[in-house]
Design a protein around this ligand. Structure first.
Ligand code: SAM
Ligand code: SF4
Length: 326
């Protein structure tokens, strides 16, 4: 029997992004609206054991890659233990984590020991004042120390996610490219999406134009990065540096979407840009068996929407990225 998880549009779903918390120690302007307090209560979060069960169910259905995210996943006290409980599940090829890096210096070695293989670190600027303005916290030194600790712990290649914003940090694209190439980090530029008021208020950039600018200035050529996801990559001529462009707005990649997300409170979200979901927490707490859990997941995935509508219906998504599990 073909056990692979497929949606109703024939796409194989083999990648799960799981949020450990909707809370965060930063407050990026494009992610969290000012004064936002609409967080889930902790008793609504999936417990560590519920997370292990759900991930095991997905792995049983053919999911091979899991990414832990949030909110800021490393603000959850049990983050490393949770990583450990799923990092060595038979059948799981790749456990990764997306973090803002503020707590990475403390956790890098433990995360690696827990079975986390790859790290994405979000970093929108190398300027300390600008970092404070974007995130609301003077935490750039902590993030840079976290990146150093992650390199020292043997993570590689570390990916840096930079959301480019008009009038905020678009002038730093070259400086960030130089920084990442010099350290062997893979840089990915990301277009801001209209998730919640904060995402809608942010100023988008013309990422294809920035791509052409960088291509010319740095002499970049087309490249491929294994496990690179939806990013389209350019590399330096000596192939030592890679720069990806994630363009959900200007050039969507829904036809190759291979992922679903689980929010901290256990909602299986079928598309970043649609509201369709399955309430896994209620199922789990009602005593669903592993078989019932697997069947419910399979049926929900069949309902995965064909694509987002960020351009045609930008006001549609009220969830901010930190609530979705970015
Ligand atoms: N706190 C962690 C971090 O910042 O890496 C993990 C969660 S965060 C929501 C995941 C990613 O989503 C980050 O790279 C962040 O820049 C990105 N993000 C947040 N809001 C976004 C938006 N409206 N559009 C595009 N990317 C967004
Ligand atoms: Fe926090 Fe990440 Fe959102 Fe910034 S992007 S507020 S670090 S969850």
């Amino acid at each position: 029997m073909n056990t692979r998880l497929r949606d109703g549009h024939g796409r194989a779903i083999d990648y799960l992004r799981l949020s450990l918390t909707d809370r965060c120690d930063l407050r990026c302007t494009y992610c969290m609206p000012e004064g936002f307090r609409d967080f889930e209560t902790r008793d609504h979060w999936l417990t560590a054991e519920e997370i292990r069960r759900v991930v095991a169910a997905f792995v049983g259905l053919g999911v091979r890659r899991v990414r832990l995210t949030g909110g800021e996943p490393l603000t959850r006290r049990e983050a490393v233990d949770i990583a450990h409980s799923i990092g060595h599940l038979p059948g799981l090829d790749d456990l990764s984590l997306t973090t803002n890096g503020t707590q990475l210096a403390r956790h890098a070695v433990a995360l690696r020991d827990a079975g986390v293989k790859r790290l994405n670190v979000s970093l929108d600027t190398l300027d300390r004042d600008r970092f404070t303005a974007i995130t609301g916290h003077d935490a750039l030194p902590a993030v840079l120390a976290g990146l150093q600790a992650a390199s020292d712990a043997g993570f590689g290649p570390i990916k840096i996610n930079m959301v480019l914003l008009g009038g905020v940090n678009e002038d730093e694209a070259e400086a960030m490219a130089d920084y990442c190439i010099a350290r062997g980090f893979v840089l990915r530029f990301i277009e801001v999406m209209p998730l919640g008021e904060s995402g809608r208020r942010a100023s988008p950039v013309d990422l294809p134009a920035i791509r052409r600018r960088l291509q010319q200035r740095l002499g970049l050529i087309d490249g491929v990065v294994p496990g690179g996801g939806p990013a389209r990559y350019l590399t330096t001529a000596d192939r030592r540096g890679s720069i990806g462009f994630i363009t959900p707005m200007s050039q969507h990649f829904c036809e190759t979407c291979n992922r679903v997300r689980i929010s901290a409170e256990g909602k299986l979200l079928l598309c970043l840009g649609q509201e369709d979901s399955l309430d896994l927490r209620t199922l789990l707490r009602a005593g669903a068996s592993d078989k019932e859990l697997g069947e419910a997941i399979r049926a929900a995935v069949l309902r995965k929407p064909e694509r987002h509508e960020f351009n045609s219906a930008p006001g549609k998504i009220v969830r901010i990225m930190a609530q979705t599990g970015g």
